[in-house]
Structures are given as structure tokens and as C-alpha cells.
Design a protein around this ligand. Structure first.
Ligand code: NAD
Length: 363
């Protein structure tokens, strides 16, 4: 007799059901050692677009959890930005330094190709434009290619512009004016996006404090933008008007919320709230205006979307500028509903998907 195992919440299907994914593809290749998972969360608005991350996960469960969470986030980011894209993401399990080869990437490319455009990949952690070129040899469902290959190039300047727009909208809500002149702003992480953001903030006359994991990077940025560099942990204790997380996720947590003195949080990092249901409302209680991360960091996705669905630099920047108005809408909605901005942004994204889903189902 064949034994059937009852699916529990922690089973693979249980997790897929919990996040409401359409399809999850497990990819395996004996020759190259490829072990990858492609998560397709929702394709109501269009093909599921999202980067491929290569990481030495400590367990398969960790990899699955990562791909499910990240692909779901992409659905909301695209939906709230008015893009006709769904949400997807892929993870390759393994150490990028030792395991990443042309053969492995091309094998992965073939799995992407098998999905016939339902999933479009791009760069993410530990992947480079060169890697995208290898994947492109097996499938045309790749985005974020270098400009020299007809791609949209580095998304970071566009992400920074959207973050700047979101920050200004949040400032308007908190201070009654969206001018950042004279505002004291703490920027955590001065990498690709952080540096472009600092350019906008300096131009507007903000007073800047910054930090980075690499001290030399922080000192260089401080000299370039006339900012004060502080230690990694000191950034949370600064006497500032705005805190801008541009490095890691989960920096809004029980410890940091006690310490923050700002009135606005607006940065480009993904997944800033350690626990959405706890720290989203906590920010409201502290009187801090929070600009939802997946909304204000959508510039990079808008840029990539232009590569897939058409558009030029000018239309990309115009669309990214709309992040200001959408942030204002979301902040007003949260206030009217008595909820927090992240929840209001999520609802707004879900409503668009539901509405378009109904239109599509009539065909
Ligand atoms: P990046 O790697 O170029 O920059 C991140 C910087 O943060 C690095 O300089 C790093 O040294 C620093 N850092 C790491 N840990 C730190 C810590 N504990 N304290 C202070 N600094 C620390 O990355 P990026 O492309 O600039 O992206 C920044 C964030 O924005 C990431 O969370 C990323 O997921 C998110 N994001 C980026 C884009 C994009 O277009 N690049 C788009 C959407 C979201």
C-alpha cells in the first residue's frame, strides 16, 4: 500500500499555498551541480520578472523561503508602480566563488527558457552582467543586460531617483514641505544606490550623516558630499530628521526603533521592517512617517521593465517620478484607514491585481 503523507503548513506545498504562488520550479543538473528554485508568484499583470540570486544557503528550506518571500515582493513592487509585470525570483544554491561556471549558468538558462517567457530573469546578489550574458546564450528571457548589448544598464541611478521622490513625499507629509534644504539626513550604506541618492540630497542642501560597512567607502563619500561619517551602530542614534536605510533589510526592529529620533524613514533597502505587523504600526505610534520600501525603491524595476516592454530613459524617469504621487496617496490612505503605510501599499497593490484579474478573466 502506498502511504500518503498529510501536507502540513511547513510542507513545500503548505508554504507555496501560504504565499499563494502560482508555480515553483525546482531545477537540478547532475553534471554542473546546479540546484536552483524559480518562484513564480503571480502573473496576472504580466510575466513574472525578478533577479536570480546565488547564495550558499545553509538548508534547502532556507532557499525555498527566500525565493518565495522575494518573488512575492516583486509582485507588489510591480503592481503598485503601475507596471504590467508579475512577480518572480530565482535562487541558485551554492557558493558563487567556487561553483559558478559558464556551464552551470547556461544550464540554468535552459530552465528559464523552458518556462517560455512566464519568468524573466535579471541580476541579483552574486550575479553579474557577464553571468546574464551566459544565461542569454540559452534564453532571451533575460533583462538588465548592459547597454552595449541593448539592455537598460545599471538600475541604481533610477532606484536612487525613485527613493529621492519617495523621501520628498514623506517629508511633505511630516514637515509640511518637501524641501530637503537644511534637513538632517542619515544615510546607512553608501553603495551603488546610496551614492546616487547622496548626490540628490547634497544638491538640495541637506545636512548629511552617513555610514558604511567599509570605512574607506564611508570616509570617501563623506569627503565627496561634505557629510559626517559615523560608526556602523552609531547611525541609529543620530539627531536627524530623516533616516535612510540603503544597505540591509530588517534595520527597523525592536532595538533600533527605541533609538531613532527622526520623523521620516525613507530608503532603498529591501524588507526594512523586521516584522511588518509589529514594526509597521510601531512607527506610526512613534509619529514617524514611513515611506514603504517596495514602493520607493521600484525605480530599478521600472528601468528593467523598459528593456522588456519598451521605453526610453526619459519615459523611465517620468514614470519613476510618479513614485512621489503614489507615496502621497499611500500615506494619506494609511492615515484615513488608521493603518500603517506598508499595509496600505500592499492593499493598493493587491487591489490593482484583483481589478486587472477580473478584466483579463472576461477574455
Ligand atoms: P550595494 O551593495 O552597492 O551597497 C550597499 C552598501 O551597504 C555597501 O556599500 C555595503 O558596504 C553597505 N553595508 C552593508 N552592510 C552594512 C551595514 N551593516 N551598515 C552600513 N552599511 C552596510 O547595494 P545597492 O545596489 O546600493 O543596494 C542597496 C539596497 O537597496 C539593497 O538592500 C538592495 O537590495 C536595495 N535595492 C537596490 C536596487 C538597485 O537598483 N541597486 C533596487 C532595489 C532595491
Amino acid at each position: 500500500m502506498v502511504e500518503t503523507k498529510v501536507l502540513t503548513e511547513t510542507s513545500v506545498f503548505g508554504q507555496i499555498a501560504e504565499h499563494q504562488h502560482e508555480q515553483v520550479v525546482f531545477c537540478h543538473d547532475h553534471e554542473t551541480g546546479l540546484r536552483a528554485i524559480i518562484g513564480i508568484h503571480n502573473t496576472v499583470l504580466g510575466p513574472a520578472l525578478g533577479g536570480t540570486r546565488m547564495w550558499h544557503y545553509t538548508s534547502e528550506a532556507e532557499a525555498l523561503n527566500d525565493v518565495l518571500r522575494l518573488s512575492r515582493g516583486m509582485t507588489y513592487k510591480a503592481a503598485i508602480s503601475g507596471l504590467n509585470l508579475g512577480g518572480g525570483k530565482a535562487v541558485i544554491i551554492g557558493d558563487a566563488k567556487t561553483m559558478k561556471t559558464e556551464a552551470l549558468l547556461r544550464k540554468f538558462g535552459r530552465f528559464v527558457q523552458n518556462l517560455n517567457g512566464k519568468y524573466i530573469t535579471a541580476e541579483d546578489v552574486n550575479m553579474t552582467t557577464k553571468d546574464m550574458e551566459y544565461i542569454r546564450m540559452e534564453t532571451r528571457h533575460v533583462s538588465g543586460l548592459p547597454e552595449s548589448m541593448g539592455g537598460s544598464g545599471d538600475p541604481s541611478p533610477v532606484t536612487a531617483y525613485g527613493t529621492y521622490m519617495g523621501m520628498k513625499a514623506a517629508a511633505k507629509k511630516a514637515f509640511g514641505s518637501d524641501s530637503l534644504a537644511g534637513k538632517r539626513i542619515a544615510v546607512q550604506g553608501v553603495g551603488h544606490v546610496g551614492t546616487y541618492l547622496l548626490e540628490y540630497l547634497q544638491k538640495e542642501g541637506a545636512k548629511l550623516v552617513l555610514t558604511d560597512y567599509y570605512e574607506d567607502r564611508a570616509l570617501e563619500a563623506a569627503a565627496r558630499f561634505g557629510a559626517k561619517a559615523v560608526g556602523l551602530d552609531e547611525i541609529y542614534d543620530q539627531d536627524v530628521d530623516i533616516y535612510s536605510p540603503c544597505a540591509l533589510g530588517a534595520t527597523l526592529n525592536d532595538d533600533t526603533l527605541r533609538r531613532l529620533k527622526c520623523q521620516v524613514v525613507a530608503g532603498c533597502a529591501n524588507n526594512q521592517l523586521a516584522n511588518e505587523n509589529v514594526h509597521g504600526p510601531a512607527l506610526v505610534e512613534q509619529g514617524i512617517v514611513y515611506a514603504p520600501d517596495f514602493l520607493i525603491n521600484a525605480g530599478g524595476l521600472i528601468n528593467v521593465c523598459s528593456e522588456v516592454q519598451g521605453g526610453n530613459r526619459e519615459s523611465v524617469m517620468t514614470q519613476t517620478e510618479r513614485i512621489y504621487d503614489i507615496t502621497t496617496q499611500v500615506l494619506n490612505r494609511a492615515a484615513q484607514e488608521g493603518s500603517h503605510p506598508q499595509a496600505a501599499a500592499t492593499r493598493q497593490a493587491e487591489e490593482r491585481i484583483a481589478a486587472i484579474g477580473k478584466v483579463k478573466s472576461t477574455y
